[in-house]
Design a protein around this ligand. Structure first.
Ligand code: ZN
Ligand code: ZN
Length: 207
């Protein structure tokens, strides 16, 4: 499996590019900004992007969706409960920045336990609300992409519209901490970590 991470945009969002080396098919997770950087990596890796998956609908995760859609013709996938955020700068909170974002609608709406496949890679969609109502995590063998649900030593904000601290803790408990300790967490911001590390040391989970 090819896995490349880029830090993009003003809020330093992690954009992940995933590929299957046999078929050269790829997935982009959270293209929040810096289209040119992402484009460069795609060209280096010779990947044909099939899907652009959003862990949730906030502006810092969807910023260059329109350009990328145009370039790759990939399908846009987002959980149904965050779908309206794509085209609405108020809902995706980009109205708070100087560049309001309105991007193309989703091609497919996701729900819990959906599967996203490229080549031999199969990502399972886990509905993990709390940061937003339609936040998802993407899980495949020993790897989990969590968006803004959980970070290294921290958890996502729950004070924004659609946020719920209770739901966030429940999502982490039920859908993240049930994975094996050596599962690598790739969050929406900051360094990667592991389920074991967060289980032991994350102060928000050890009250
Ligand atoms: Zn967010
Ligand atoms: Zn974010």
């Amino acid at each position: 499996m090819i896995l490349k991470s880029l830090v993009v945009g003003e809020l330093e969002t992690n954009c992940y590019i995933l590929g299957d080396e046999n078929t050269n098919e790829g997935i982009i997770i959270d293209p929040g900004g810096d289209f040119k950087e992402i484009e460069k990596v795609l060209e280096e890796l010779h990947l044909e992007i099939k899907y652009i998956v959003l862990t949730h609908g906030h502006g810092d995760h969807i910023g260059v969706l329109a350009e990328l859609k145009k370039k790759t013709c990939a399908q846009i996938l987002i959980h149904k409960e965050d779908a309206e955020m794509l085209s609405d700068p108020v809902k995706n909170l980009s109205i708070l920045s100087y560049t309001p974002i309105s991007v193309p609608e989703a091609d497919r709406l996701l729900k819990d336990e959906d599967k996203i496949k490229i080549g031999k890679i199969e990502l399972e969609v886990l509905h993990t609300p709390g940061h937003t109502q339609g936040s998802i995590s993407l899980w495949t063998d020993k790897i989990i992409f969590t968006g803004d649900l959980i970070f290294y030593g921290s958890v996502g904000r729950t004070d924004l519209p659609g946020g719920s601290y209770q739901k966030l803790l429940r999502s982490i408990q039920d859908k993240i901490l049930d994975k094996e300790d050596d599962t690598i967490i790739y969050p929406g911001h900051g360094p990667s970590t592991t389920v074991g590390e967060e289980r032991m040391n994350n102060p928000f989970l050890n009250l």
